[in-house]
Design a protein around this ligand. Structure first.
Ligand SMILES: CC(=O)SCCNC(=O)CCNC(=O)[C@H](O)C(C)(C)COP(=O)(O)OP(=O)(O)OC[C@H]1O[C@@H](n2cnc3c(N)ncnc32)[C@H](O)[C@@H]1OP(=O)(O)O
Ligand SMILES: O=CC(=O)O
Ligand SMILES: [Mg+2]
Length: 572
């Protein structure tokens, strides 16, 4: 590894007596690891790796704090009746003729990307799945327990080295990588999430800098050699609201490249456009990352969540039932069309999003219907001009691959052929148009049933789950939470199924009670007792009824999964 010695220099030289032996991490000055010690975690939390993460934290923490303050200011504006829109101050960026750096050959073809948590068996299955890309997730699909995060880093290191294997003893099956595997992208957490098992200079580390820093430090050299054809590593960046947040990522990338002595522009990232404010910042985000970008992605589930959150104080913009807010709604279609036009104009990929359907094993008819819905969604995406899309499950890949391949004219992508100049005329009104549809008591029940079960899974370390034949993760659960909150706050009338009741605290209390009874029946008494359903119910109910909406479900729930190891490793 070509390493800038000046950077790793002095601090790395200071040794802690007894560090790294007897169950303690060998930490540099100012760093305190409070998570459980394990030998294999210590191979990730090396002193050099922690120096690297601490350097990023020290350089960028004030920028991140400022960006989070700006989010609060924007929220206040929206809560006082303001609407998000295009920023007149950056019109020159939107109108300018600049381009992003050329797409690296290794990832020119991204027609199907599988996503999944950084769990060992799933990583192997995903890399072997036949998809072009695998997005390994520290975010929506992962509950960020210390064990999950550290094991995830161990797994990714083994995957990049090509040595990853997994033995399923019960099924007498050994999992190994095929010769041909998907290209690996890694999605760190969002800017808002702390990593409370690692303290730097007395405050919790910034979660995404831990995810990025540890993965980059350990894997950049091997990745560029074996996967990236000289480029990489590759990333997905979630939940940004403004281009100033993209500028921080760009600066992090440049700093990281410099620190290890690799060319500027080696790291590449796709940004998820999954907040309502960000749809008005797509050019600006690409501009900030223009040396490091490989496109944008329609993170549709968080986008719907963000619509509710942004308009939490706008009772005239209430959503219909969650199941009715699909890509067919005008504001969603406009967002996808504008994203395609923006990306192709700047020479990068416009990625589609996730259909929530997954294979239904025990019901062939329902399975065929679910597959049809996925195919229809993917056909809409490729016809609109998306260069690729997401799959939640390996069983969906052949069908999705076929839809994209049949509609891409033998090209690896549609960047040059689907310019979508027609989307240039889309207006702020198009992007904000209120979704149409009814609200029902069944919508309230489903939100509650799904929300509680998701939180119960998350609290026990599982971040993506199958519920009622759909994939549920942090983003989809957020919709359930904020929709319940919104309906309760405004006492909306649920009249879509002819019942005609108003949502009140009494009604919600009754719904929670009945849905908890239903969950117990469905999962069985034993599992219900052993699981964390009651804790989840308490947490979810509080989040739905709190007078001031929590910014994120997972931020509020995070304290429940932080476990500090009594004999932590500290050099404070
Ligand atoms: C809004 C967003 O951010 S979307 C992106 C984030 N969300 C995700 O990434 C969700 C990814 N998908 C999943 O986690 C899973 O598919 C779930 C939880 C939805 C369903 O999981 P399961 O019920 O375990 O699926 P199922 O039992 O059908 O799995 C069958 C096999 O496929 C594998 N599998 C299922 N999904 C995936 C995946 N996404 N990646 C790799 N392997 C997978 C399973 O490991 C299992 O392997 P095995 O046969 O070798 O044991
Ligand atoms: O991250 C993806 C989303 O849809 O949210
Ligand atoms: Mg998301």
């Amino acid at each position: 590894m070509a390493m800038s010695m000046g950077y790793y220099g002095d601090t790395a030289m200071k040794k802690i007596s007894g560090g790294g032996v007897g169950g303690r991490y060998d930490v540099p000055e100012g760093v305190d690891v409070r998570g459980r010690y394990e030998e294999e975690f210590a191979k990730i939390l090396t002193k050099d790796a922690l120096i690297f993460v601490a350097a990023l934290q020290r350089e960028f923490r004030n920028h991140v704090k400022y960006a989070m303050e700006c989010r609060k200011e924007a929220k206040m504006r929206y809560n006082s009746g303001g609407l998000p829109g295009f920023d007149p101050a950056t019109k020159n960026v939107r109108d300018g003729d600049w381009m992003c750096a050329e797409v690296p050959p290794a990832v020119a073809d991204r027609r199907v990307e599988i996503t999944g948590p950084v769990e060992r068996k799933m990583i192997i299955n995903a890399l072997n799945s036949g998809a072009k890309v695998f997005m390994a997730d520290f975010e929506d699909a992962l509950s960020p327990t210390w064990e999950n995060l550290m094991k995830g880093q161990v797994n990714l290191k083994d995957a990049v080295n090509g040595t990853i294997s997994f033995q399923d003893k019960a099924r007498n099956r050994v999992y190994k990588l095929n010769d041909q595997i998907a290209k690996l992208f890694v999605r760190p957490r969002g800017w808002h999430l702390p990593e409370s098992h690692i303290f730097i200079d007395g405050e919790p580390a910034i979660g995404c800098l831990v995810d990025f820093g540890l993965y980059f430090h350990h894997n950049h050299a091997a990745f560029r050699k074996t996967q990236g054809e000289g480029y990489g590593p590759f990333f997905y960046l979630p939940k940004m609201e403004n281009s100033r947040e993209a500028r921080i990522w760009n600066n992090v990338f440049e700093r990281a490249e410099k620190m290890v002595g690799i060319e500027k522009g080696s790291i590449r990232a796709t940004v998820l456009i999954e907040t309502l404010p960000a749809v008005f910042q797509m050019d600006e985000i690409l501009y900030e990352l223009r040396d490091h970008s490989v496109g944008l992605n329609c993170g549709r589930w968080d986008y719907i969540f963000s619509y509710v959150k942004t308009f939490q104080a706008h009772p005239d913009r209430l959503l219909p039932d969650r199941v009715l807010v699909g890509m067919g709604q005008h504001f969603m279609r406009s967002y996808s069309d504008l994203l395609i036009r923006t990306c192709h104009r700047r020479g990068v990929h416009a990625m589609g999003g996730m259909a929530a359907q997954i294979p239904i094993r025990d019901d062939p008819e329902a399975n065929a219907a679910a597959l049809e819905l996925v195919k229809k969604d993917k056909l809409r995406e490729v016809r609109a001009g998306h260069d690729g899309t997401w799959a939640a499950h390996p069983g969906l890949i052949p069908a999705i691959m076929e839809v994209f391949t049949n509609n891409m004219n033998n090209s690896p992508n549609l960047i040059e052929t689907m310019k979508r100049e027609d989307a240039a005329s889309l207006t702020e009104e198009d992007l904000l148009q209120i979704p149409r549809g009814v609200r029902t008591i069944e919508g309230l029940r489903l939100n509650t049933r799904v929300g509680i079960q998701y939180v119960a899974a998350w609290l026990t370390g599982t971040g993506s789950v199958p519920l009622y034949n759909l994939m549920e993760d942090a983003a989809t659960a957020e919709i359930s939470r904020v929709q319940n909150w919104q309906w309760l706050k405004y006492g909306v009338e649920l009249d879509g199924d002819g019942v005609g009741v108003r949502v009140s605290h009494e009604l919600f209390g009754k719904v929670v009670e009945e849905e908890m009874a239903r969950i117990e029946r469905e999962v069985g008494r034993e599992r219900f007792k052993k699981g964390m359903y009651k804790e989840a119910c308490k947490l979810f109910t509080r989040q739905c009824t709190t007078p001031v909406l929590d910014d994120f479900l997972t931020l509020n729930a995070y304290n429940h999964i932080v476990v500090h190891h009594p004999g932590g490793s500290s050099k404070l």
